[in-house]
Design a protein around this ligand. Structure first.
Ligand code: SF4
Length: 357
């Protein structure tokens, strides 16, 4: 009750919004208003539950959620989806990459809200199997960046190793601040913020390195779309995938309303096995790329190229046979030469040294 009391100003604001939609009018207007009030109230109660649970969000809680049976995860995700939809008054979209996670997310969201818009960000370096799969899905808007990937490489530099490493190298090479350069080279008084020793050799290599690629190819077009449409995204991230995503869940939970960019990540507590199970249970079609690749994403990205696994350098070895024309284009753009700076010898025994960031 106390919570609802403090939410009264929001309730009042929302009331005036509804009144504007249904001007004082008659019995049917009143019925609709009542129905919307009820939906709003349910949403507020659900949110209060989330706020209570968010105050105790912890790794242990995440592990508990991650250990739930799939059906319970589906139920929980549906609640998060509904809550976000109500809070954003239906101004939502699904960020759809054409990969398996966002395919599951789109299916889940549309099973509740069939007309939800899907938005695909075509960076220009997507696997062709992804693009043709996305083209088969209904009600998808495709966004494209203003600058081509090749131009990003020429203008700013290659995205290499990780966003963090690329940013530090870029700052060392471009900053006018001696203080920042010194921090990136030697760390602050506590030794924090410096470029790891093992990557320092990249500073003097004859190659531009930068972290700007994602901002230009992905973030800027998405922000523009959100600003113009007023829609807020459902994203298919899972906390199990990276430290950053885990931290993000600990800070914001599945639905973040108070941040600059309200976002819903209703699959946060799922894992890859759940995704494949859901796909099988619902007989979902996925992109053909999964016949050869475990993961999707930009074909030429060199983030993670230091790892000798499916995400790393060997992806390019496979590309040579699965997508020879794309491999030739990568060679032409200097991608393979850049890769070889990280992987000087094509033998897993020889580059184990680089397997830790
Ligand atoms: S994932 Fe890699 S290639 Fe794709 S936009 Fe981001 S940095 Fe660029």
């Amino acid at each position: 009750m106390l919570y609802c009391f403090f939410r009264l100003p929001v309730f009042a604001r929302w009331h005036s919004h509804i009144t504007a939609i249904c001007p004082a009018g008659g019995f049917f207007g009143t019925v609709r208003t009542l129905a919307e009030y009820i939906a709003f109230f349910i949403g507020e109660v659900m949110k209060s539950n989330l706020i209570i649970s968010s105050s105790v969000r912890s790794i242990a809680q995440l592990s508990r959620l991650q250990g739930l049976p799939l059906q319970q995860k589906i139920n929980l995700s549906q609640r998060r989806i509904q809550q976000f939809n109500i809070e954003q008054r239906g101004k939502v979209y699904v960020s759809f990459s054409g990969g398996k996670d966002s395919t599951v997310l789109l299916h889940l969201v549309r099973s509740m809200y069939p007309n939800t818009q899907a938005v695909f960000l075509d960076t220009g370096v997507e696997y062709p199997e992804i693009v043709s799969f996305v083209n088969k899905v209904e009600n998808v808007i495709t966004l494209r960046p203003k600058m081509a990937f090749k131009k990003v490489l020429e203008t700013y530099g290659f995205p290499m190793v990780s966003k963090e490493v690329s940013q530090k190298i870029y700052e060392i090479q471009h900053t006018n601040s001696d203080k920042l350069r010194n921090k990136r080279l030697n760390g602050d008084q506590n030794g924090n913020g410096k470029l790891a020793e093992k990557w320092k050799y990249l500073i003097s290599e004859d190659i531009k390195i930068s972290h700007n690629c994602c901002n230009i190819l992905k973030k800027t077009p998405a922000k523009k779309y959100e600003k113009e449409s007023g829609n807020h995204p459902y994203i298919g991230d899972m906390a199990a995938e990276s430290r950053l995503r885990k931290t993000n869940w600990l800070l914001n939970g599945c639905n973040s309303f108070k941040t600059q960019r309200p976002t819903s990540r209703p699959l946060s507590f799922w894992n890859e096995t759940d995704i494949w199970k859901y796909i099988t249970l619902n007989s979902l079609e996925v992109s053909d790329i999964y016949k050869t690749e475990a993961r999707t994403g930009c074909m030429y990205c060199l983030f993670g190229c230091q790892f000798d696994d499916t995400d790393g350098a060997r992806r390019f070895d496979r590309m040579k046979t699965t997508h020879p024309k794309h491999y030739a284009a990568a060679e032409k753009m200097g991608i393979i030469s850049a890769l070889n700076l990280i992987r000087p010898v094509p033998d897993s025994q020889a580059y184990f040294y680089f397997a830790e960031t």
